[in-house]
Design a protein around this ligand. Structure first.
Ligand SMILES: Nc1ncnc2c1ncn2[C@@H]1O[C@H](COP(=O)(O)OP(=O)(O)OP(=O)(O)O)[C@@H](O)[C@H]1O
Length: 301
């Protein structure tokens, strides 16, 4: 669906995307995971064929965006980072007007709106204005609107940023449904749980480069250990030397992470040598740990 080779995006002298190789296959959910400024949105905008590449090669749906932009855009759905719904129209009108841009007849646009309102669980708000809707509802409406042209490929830029956990789960459920219908999804996110939940494969981006790629499970296997023991100490207190209790230890400002096969065993050993943390937690490894390993920084500030 998408092939990028040595893809570059420059803004003046600044390289936001610094020569990335990506291949997205039909039917998969593919993720770009990285912190703010990693180059995810710039990459998405090139794939969406609304921002020209500065260098390298890019094919979307087998076509070159610099030649076939309109034909590509006709077959894509795009959910931008910021909702850009029309606040002066009702929920239903937002869908109908957008359908008309894609050339649907008035009757077809009405049918499509009804179908998408149901999909987005917004049928009972169809005649309400957009402004009073919750953040989650607005996101669902933006996704519904991106589907008016039955896209084969849906691009979602940070789909759940700013939403509460319940709204996020509802949105993920909608995205799973689209995927099960065969829609290819490309998602940018800085939430590792979102990437783990949704993505079959992903690339981890940092500073305009891809620093790792694989399925969430592969990345965790490759770059982390099965379990992590988190120890918290009072602010300002020096972390004790526990380096020999784990395969790897990361000292963060507010806690110490011990990467190990068994967190419980590491905790027992720490207790035995008199280490007294404020609190301790054994958890499984996540993509956050992968990111920390790869960059020495945390994913979410
Ligand atoms: N139009 C622009 N002009 C100049 N610099 C830009 C422009 N758009 C993005 N950048 C810069 O390019 C870098 C990558 O930005 P980009 O938005 O692609 O990152 P991101 O990973 O999507 O992060 P975010 O989550 O903040 O959107 C940033 O340093 C940003 O300031």
């Amino acid at each position: 669906m998408v092939q990028a080779k040595a893809l570059v995006k420059r803004f003046g002298e600044f390289e936001a995307v610094r020569g990335i190789d990506v291949e997205v296959r039909r039917g998969e959910a593919f993720g770009f995971l990285g912190p703010n400024g990693a180059g995810k949105s710039s990459t998405m905008r090139m794939i969406a064929s609304v921002s020209p590449r500065s260098d390298g090669e890019l094919k979307v749906l087998g076509m070159d965006p610099s030649v076939d932009g309109p034909r590509i855009r006709a077959r894509l759905g795009v959910v931008p980072q910021q909702d850009n719904l029309d606040n002066e129209l009702t929920v239903r009108q937002n869908l109908q007007v957008y359908s008309r841009y894609f050339g649907l007849s008035r009757a077809a646009a009405r049918r499509k709106a009804t179908e998408l309102l149901e999909f987005a669980q917004l049928s009972d708000r169809a005649d309400d204005e957009v402004e009073p809707l919750s953040g989650g509802m607005k996101r669902r409406l933006t996704i519904a609107r991106s589907l008016v042209n039955d896209p084969e490929l849906l691009l979602l830029d940070e789909p759940t940023t700013g939403l509460d956990p319940q709204a996020r789960h509802l949105l993920w459920d909608k995205l799973f449904r689209l995927k099960s219908r065969g829609v290819t999804l490309i998602i940018t996110t800085h939430y590792m749980d979102e990437a783990e939940q949704l993505c079959d494969r992903l690339v981890v981006m940092d500073g305009g480069r891809i620093v790792a790629e694989g399925s969430p499970a592969e990345l965790i296997d490759r770059y982390s250990t099965r379990e992590v023991l988190e120890l918290r100490f009072p602010p300002g207190e020096a972390a004790p030397d526990v380096a020999d209790l784990a395969e790897r230890v990361e000292v963060l400002p507010d806690r110490v992470l011990l990467y190990t096969g068994s967190g419980e065993t590491a905790l027992e050993c720490a207790h035995a040598r008199g280490v007294r943390p404020l609190s301790s937690l054994v958890r499984r490894s996540t993509l956050e740990d992968v990111f920390l390993r790869l960059t020495g920084r945390e994913l979410t500030e």
